[in-house]
Each structure stands twice: as structure tokens, then as C-alpha cells.
Design a protein around this ligand. Structure first.
Ligand code: HPA
Ligand code: ZN
Length: 327
């Protein structure tokens, strides 16, 4: 079996996918028409042509604008259902899916509309596709601590529909400590904890996510390599990193995939995983991330493929008994 076949066919989990980042330009146009929302781009191709990012913020601006077409529960369902069908086709057995409620509640969309639509897709995915999926609520770190607490309050009536919380959006200037009290409360509530750290922000933000927020996984985390002591700690404590290679290139964290350090992370003993982040914006879903990364890095072979897939299941938040059946 060829390496590309192995990569596509092997069972895997996806742990870093923003559902709003799976919104394809075609669906943006369809929802804009259905909901009578004007778009600043005349055609799908014009919109796609705008996906030329220079850094995280240049992406976020267009990503939040795209999410503005989502209005009804059915819209949120359609977005998540399209992702889950794609996941199934790529042999993703389990997905832990981020959603950004504040992107919608700030526009006047009720929290219930968002979570009811997403939850309906997650349930149907389990039943009809055999894909296990769960939701993780992300706080937008460019907004205030107070706004995060208010979002948590709104979410609590739906506590059984999401398994944990994360932290995303503009990293630089919005360090983990801004949300230490919110995460402490989430921890008391028994929620699983993750945070984006060390994507654009410094390695110090990874320490703070671990020590102040007490997260169990780090999203991205690639800048840990600037600090050998941190690398040793991540390896020793088996703290998983959800790495997103195509995202890193599109947002200019690395100049190209050949310069990506996923191989170094694995060689250092870190439980790194491969993920798609925002596949509709970054040029590929999960298998495309595996294929392009392995094509660009000749040191990666079947052994690394197996380790990455195994890491993805081990780093997931499913029950240990379920995990044992997968690994
Ligand atoms: N980083 C921070 N926030 C995000 C990202 C990301 O890669 N994708 C969607 N929101
Ligand atoms: Zn992300």
C-alpha cells in the first residue's frame, strides 16, 4: 500500500476543527441568498480570491464576515452536517468540534439556535454516519472576561451538549491569564479544557495556558520549539498538541510545508496530532493536511503516520474504555 493510501485510509480523529471554518464559499453564497444578506463579493470565485492571508488577524476578519450568513438553526445544522459527511469520507472516526458562540450571539442570534443546530448534526452523524463527534465551546479571546462569563451563563442550560471549552481568536495581546477565572469556573463545572497557544503568540503563552488555565491539550503550540525546557515538559507530561499544517502555512507561521516542524515535535516525543483548523479557508480537510505534509517532509513515513493517528485517539476526550477499542 502506498503512503498516500495509508494516510487516507487509516482511521483517525480530528481534534482541532472550527465548525465556522468549514463553511465553504458555495454554502456562504447559498445562505446569503436564502437569508437576504448582501455579500461584498459578486461571485464565489471573487470570495475565494480574497482568501490570501498574511497573518492570523487577516484571516479572522474574513472568517467572522463569512459566519455572518448563518441565521437559523437549519443553517448551523447544514454547516456541521456537511463537515461530518466529509469527515466520514476521510475515515475520521471521531471529531471534537470547536464552535464560537460569541460570533453569533454578538449579531443577535440566540445561543440556543447555534447549539441546537450543531447538536442535531452531531447526533445524526453518530446515528447515520457512525462518526462519533462532540462540541467544544470556544471563548473569543479578543473579547472581555466579562463577555466570556456571560457566554458561559448562556451555555449552562445546554451543559450536556458540549464537552469542554477552548480559547481562540487573536492570540497576541490576549494572553491566557485574561481568562484564568473563567477557566477555573469551567473546571469546577467538570468541563474539559483546551486553549490555542503558541500559534502566533510566544512560548510563554503555552506555559500560562498549562499553569494558569490548566488546559489538557494545547491547540497549535508549534512555537514550543523556541524553548527546550518546554519541549521536554510537553513530552514528559504527554500534553498533546493539535497541530494544523496547512493553516500554519496559510497564516504565514511557516513559509512553506517543507519548513514545518511537525517531524521535530514527534521526534522530541511530543504527542502531536494533525488537524485541519479551518478547512474551507486553508485549502484542505484532514486527509489533505496529512497528504501535503507527508509529501513535503521526506522524513515522515508509515511509522509517523501510525503515531499521528494513534496520538489523535489517545489525545481525544472519549472514555478510556472507548479509546481502548480504537487503539
Ligand atoms: N487561531 C485562532 N483563532 C482561530 C483560528 C486559529 O487558527 N481559527 C479559527 N479561529
Ligand atoms: Zn484553531
Amino acid at each position: 500500500e502506498s503512503l498516500p493510501d495509508i494516510l487516507c485510509r487509516m482511521p483517525k480523529a480530528e481534534l482541532h476543527i472550527h465548525i465556522e471554518g468549514s463553511l465553504e464559499p458555495e454554502l456562504i453564497f447559498a445562505l446569503a441568498t436564502r437569508n437576504n444578506i448582501p455579500l461584498p463579493y459578486p461571485t464565489v470565485d471573487d470570495l475565494r480570491a480574497a482568501y490570501a492571508f498574511t497573518d492570523l488577524q487577516s484571516f479572522l476578519d474574513i472568517y467572522y464576515a463569512g459566519a455572518g450568513v448563518l441565521q437559523t438553526e437549519d443553517d448551523f445544522f447544514a454547516m456541521a452536517w456537511a463537515y461530518l459527511k466529509r469527515a466520514k469520507a476521510e475515515n475520521v472516526r471521531h471529531a471534537e468540534i470547536f464552535f464560537d458562540p460569541q460570533t453569533h450571539t454578538e449579531r443577535g442570534i440566540p445561543f440556543a439556535t447555534v447549539i441546537n443546530g450543531l447538536d442535531r448534526a452531531v447526533r445524526r452523524g453518530r446515528e447515520e454516519l457512525g462518526v462519533s463527534a462532540a462540541l467544544i465551546l470556544c471563548f473569543l479571546r479578543h473579547l472581555s472576561e466579562e463577555a466570556a462569563f456571560a457566554t458561559l451563563e448562556e451555555a449552562l442550560p445546554f451543559r450536556d451538549r458540549f464537552i469542554g471549552v477552548g480559547l481562540d481568536s487573536s492570540e497576541r495581546g490576549n494572553p491566557p491569564e485574561k481568562f484564568a477565572r473563567v477557566f477555573a469556573r469551567c473546571r469546577e463545572l467538570g468541563l474539559r479544557l483546551v486553549a490555542h497557544a503558541g500559534e502566533e503568540g510566544p512560548a510563554g503563552y503555552i506555559y500560562h495556558a498549562l499553569d494558569l488555565l490548566k488546559v489538557e491539550r494545547i491547540d497549535h503550540g508549534v512555537r514550543c520549539l523556541e524553548d527546550p525546557l518546554l519541549v521536554a515538559r510537553l513530552a514528559e507530561q504527554r500534553i498533546p498538541l493539535t497541530v494544523c499544517p496547512l493553516s500554519n502555512v496559510k497564516l504565514c507561521v511557516f513559509p512553506d510545508l517543507a519548513a514545518h516542524t511537525i517531524g521535530r515535535l514527534l521526534a522530541a516525543g511530543i504527542a502531536a496530532t494533525i488537524n485541519s483548523d479551518d478547512p474551507a479557508y486553508f485549502g484542505g480537510y484532514l486527509n489533505e493536511n496529512y497528504l501535503a505534509t507527508f509529501a513535503a517532509l521526506p522524513d515522515l513515513g508509515a511509522y509517523e503516520a501510525y503515531r499521528l493517528a494513534r496520538n489523535s485517539f489517545q489525545a481525544s476526550f472519549v472514555d478510556e474504555s472507548v479509546k481502548a477499542g480504537w487503539i
